[in-house]
Design a protein around this ligand. Sequence first.
Ligand SMILES: Nc1ncnc2c1ncn2[C@@H]1O[C@H](COP(=O)(O)OP(=O)(O)OP(=O)(O)O)[C@@H](O)[C@H]1O
Length: 744
Amino acid sequence: MSIKFLPPLRLLNPSPPVIRFPLMNVGLSINTRRSIPIFSGVFPFKLKYPGFSSRFSTRSFRPGPTGSRPEFTRRTGAERERGEVRTSKSLVEDEAELSDWVSDLRTNSFRGRVTSEDESDSDMGRRNRSKRGPGRDRDSGSNRGGGREGFSMKRRRESDSDEFGEPTRRRTESTFGPPRKNRGTLGLQNEKRGQGERDLWLKRDGKGVKGERGFIDDDDEVDDGEDERKGLMRNLGGLVTEEESDDDDDDDEIMEFDMKDGPSLSSSSDSFMSETRFDQCSISPLSLKGIKDAGYEKMTVVQAATLPVIVKGKDVLAKAKTGTGKTVAFLLPSIEVVVKSPPLDRDQKRPPIIALVICPTRELATQAATEANTLLKYHPSIGVQVVIGGVRIASEQRNLQANPCQILVATPGRLKDHIENTAGFATRLMGVKVLVLDEADRLLDMGFRKDIEKIISAIPKQRQTLMFSATVPEEVRQICHMALKRDHEFINTVEEGTEDTHSKVRQMHVIAPLDKQFPLLYVILKDHIANDPDYKAIVFCTTARVTGLVAGLLGELNLNIREIHSRKAQTYRTRVSNEFRKSRGLILVTSDVSARGVDYPDVTLVMQVGLPASREQYIHRLGRTGRKGKEGEGILLLAPWEEFFLSTVKDLPLTKAPMPSIDPDTKKKVERALSQLDMNSKQAAYQAWLGYYNSQKKVGNDKYRLVELANEFSRSMGLDTPPAIPKLVLGKMGLRNIPGLRTK
Ligand SMILES: Nc1ncnc2c1ncn2[C@@H]1O[C@H](COP(=O)(O)OP(=O)(O)OP(=O)(O)O)[C@@H](O)[C@H]1O
């Protein structure tokens, strides 16, 4: 999904955001031998930064014209066209089941009731869909137009869940080596990359910092991102590697903070935590009670960095590593805005929605609402509702009417539906004081941007906007003005010169031809299981159909697997997700529906098989392990012709793993297991594989080579002849008359 923003688009937003770490109430001293970018008045806590560059420039805060809001970025004709042709596919094959699932979600605690009921689709819903055309409903629509996996311009989404299902444990016999603690998957020692890895302690003693506060200059921030839009923008985008620096405010004052006192190092395991307690911030007592009950005492780094700024009313774009508490970081201040607003008048015909949280997926929206309700435990008068695709819109409409809420969590497509079709909804949105874009880079990409523009145009300009993500590619920085005020603050808790990934997550890659990949996957997983009886692994595959195939294979090989992808019914996904959340000794085979935001505790290994859709997607997938400061392991399995991907993550500590050996018995075992798999699943996987790689510019540009590779993949599944593909599909993929393909 990599799409490079076109030059005209970039020029529209010349003004860079202000970048700073927020001022805390206490002074700091920073102990390190090196210059670091400024945390001056900012981080009264300890941070772990493994690799500081020797010198950073910082600049002071220079607000832009307050109150001025940029016009929406206009898209070029070509972009508009791309937006129009994109399609998406359903993640919910069984809407009634999804309704059950949503209804089950914390029904007791959702003050405004989760908006779903098991009932037939409304006329309105049907009208909406037919109006939008096939595949248009990103949130709820199935790929009704026949856009099959792999060739339609669609996006996959992420998944998560909540509670149910008993943990299932079935241990596979450990056959390899000593416990993982000592050895690691692939028999590697725990290679702590980055010798001299250091923790930086920022002490709250008010000494040692020049100036009261400082601001990180991210002019040098380089994002050579393989933009995750590439899967979406099939054949249009590509694997554009972008290396640019933001050089448009070079007249800013440059300040340097020299750290003369030598480093204070720590090997603390909780570097995502700050030393700041929630009660040190201006949070209402009832929210504090809710936080305490949730088990949170101190803030995480991103919470401590953003909260003081947000409660002052500033717009914020925040970047923080995966699993470091961004959800609370945006929910808590949003709740505080609601707390300070006049209480809801239940008799009011169209009570205002005060905080609007937008998430790219239904699962994340639901997860955020669940977290909101946890925090709202002692605010009985504040209601939360969720509007998400896959739930009948009429049901949501009734719930919105019957249970007015001040906080609405939504997915973009469904929110837009309500704006257009739900009586009085637009009026209610005029009360919005806080807009949150969770996974902001995802929401601003081409798959969602049109909807987001529409939504923004439906809420007041006088509002506060918060954008959060673990990845903020340069393109997003360029276009964030469409949502944020010009004087917003970019709070980047991932220090420049350090990785976007967690230092405690060992990252390795294995390069092997396709015919070796299934046996290798098996060997690696077996090794991991053998080394860690408490293993909990996730295997990411390129597409839903390939995920299905891999899950089938690993199941045949008697590994304890579960499967989540968009071809599975939502209730099944939710059940599996809940089971996986609570289990150990389990492998989740999944597509990118699980890549972002899903908070599975204690995942020990994330395997990525095949080309990740983008650098960002690699990071988010990897972020399913190593959450909350824990250790983890990530292995990327690529074919030699996919090795180019490594250049897009060259700043990450991804090391080459020793090639695991595949003994003849294992080879035979895998071949046998492959032969047991259903032919249909192989056919579907082949077609999906072809579609996916066709969309990846660096692979798909050469159609002849692409087909050769696809047929290699076919052989790796044990097929002598590649499956035939419908002519229509090949036509859509632009693959008609390419030698090596069979048509039907
Ligand atoms: N102050 C806190 N103290 C302890 N745990 C916290 C705190 N805030 C959040 N958490 C927990 O940290 C975990 C990760 O939080 P969350 O899912 O919000 O991370 P994230 O940064 O949004 O991750 P991702 O980028 O993958 O979406 C959750 O289990 C959450 O309950």
